[in-house]
Ligand binder design. Structure first.
Ligand code: SF4
Ligand code: SF4
Length: 123
């Protein structure tokens, strides 16, 4: 009986540890996405020329997964069509920072880099 109870306790602790791990992971992704969003704006102000130059090396296409539009907080203009592809409600006048993503090999939300349709030559 004591053994059964301690097994139950271990399961309970395991679940709690898993939950804490998931929350920590989400917080990590959220904070790093916010930092990147702030950083890329500052970088854009001071290094426009380099940014436009590196964009010329960008290869691939946007796969319209829409994940960069809710890397931290979900953008209010993000929608999905019936095929699950993302739609930007302000596509024709979307913010410059959206059109520039990703502007170089470091300008990726780290958890999205492997799934983004864009890539850079020298990676
Ligand atoms: S993560 Fe990449 S592929 Fe997905 S919507 Fe953003 S730019 Fe397009
Ligand atoms: S404005 Fe459009 S492209 Fe930019 S984050 Fe929002 S939905 Fe995405």
């Amino acid at each position: 009986m004591t053994e059964f109870i301690s097994k139950l306790e271990i399961k309970k602790i395991h679940r709690i540890v898993q939950k804490i791990f998931q929350i920590t992971q989400k917080a990590d992704i959220f904070c790093s996405a916010l930092l990147l969003q702030a950083w890329r704006r500052v970088n854009y102000i001071f290094n426009k020329r380099e940014i436009y130059a590196s964009l010329e090396r960008r290869k691939g296409n946007c796969l319209r997964c829409g994940r960069c539009c809710h890397a931290s907080l979900r953008c209010q203009y993000l929608e999905y069509d019936e095929n699950g592809l993302s739609l930007c409600r302000v596509y024709d006048r979307k913010p410059t920072m959206c059109s520039l993503y990703p502007y170089n090999e470091n300008d990726y939300f780290y958890h999205l880099k492997s799934t983004c349709g864009y890539n850079y030559d020298d990676e």
